[in-house]
Design a protein around this ligand. Sequence first.
Ligand code: MF3
Ligand code: CO
Length: 250
Amino acid sequence: MAIVCKSQAEIEKMRHSGRILRQVLNMVRELAVAGASTMDLEHAAEEKIKELGARPAFKGYHDYPCVLCTSVNQEIVHGIPSQRRVLKAGDIVSIDCGVVVDGYYADAAITVPVGGATTPELQRLLDVTRESLYRGIEAARLGNSVGDVGAAVQEYVEANGFSIVREFVGHGIGRQLHEEPQVPNFGVRGHGARLEEGMVLAIEPMVNAGRPGARLLSDKWTAVTEDGSYSAHFEHCVAVTRNGPMILTE
Ligand code: MF3
Ligand code: CO
C-alpha cells in the first residue's frame, strides 16, 4: 500500500472535516468536570457529531463501541467510555475523536485537566505533550522525512524528562482513518519516507510521566502505563504543503 497524496481540493475538504471535529472537541472538553462520567462525554459527542452532519469515525472501527476514546490518568489511549468511570478533581482525561464528512476523515485528541485544573506536575505533562505535537508539526515539511517528525517529538519530550510511548503511532489519513505512512513519535532525522506535497499526517504523541512501557487491559482496547504513571495524548491532522505544514483540525 502506497502513501496517498491529496489535491488542494481534497485538503480543503479535510480541513472542513477537521473544523467540524474541533467543534465537537471544544464542546466535550467543557463537560470534563468532577462528577461527570466518561459516558456523559460520549453521549454529548455522539449528539453533536450528528447535529453537525458528520459521521463518527471510531464507532464500528474494528468493532470499537464508541465515538470517543476517553483515557483517564494512567490510561494512555483507547479508553472506552463508561457510566462507571466518574471523573474527579485532579484527574486528567484524554479525549480522542474522529469524524467523516463527505468521505474524508479527521482525527484529533486533547488531554484536559478535569474541572480545568490539576497539579503543577501533571500540568507540565500536558504542556510538554502538547508542545511536542507542535514540534512534530513544525518538522512536517517538504524535504524532511517521517523520521524528522518523530525525532522532533522525541527530543522535546525526553529533554523534559518524560517518555514516549512506542506501542502506538500516528498515521496517514484521508479517505480512510488509517493510511500509510506510520508516524512514530520517535525516530532518526533523515530516516523513513520523504514528505511530499499533499501528504496528510495524523501526528499523535502519547507521553508517559514515568517509564515508556504500555500494556493492554482485558477489554482488549484500553492501553495503560506499565508503571502506573500518568499519560497524556494530543493529536492533530496536518497537511504537508509547499507553504509548510497546515493544521487541518483547528
Ligand atoms: N486516534 C486513535 C488512532 O488513530 C484513535 C483510534 S480509536 C479506534 O488510532 F477505535 F478507531 F480504533
Ligand atoms: Co489517530
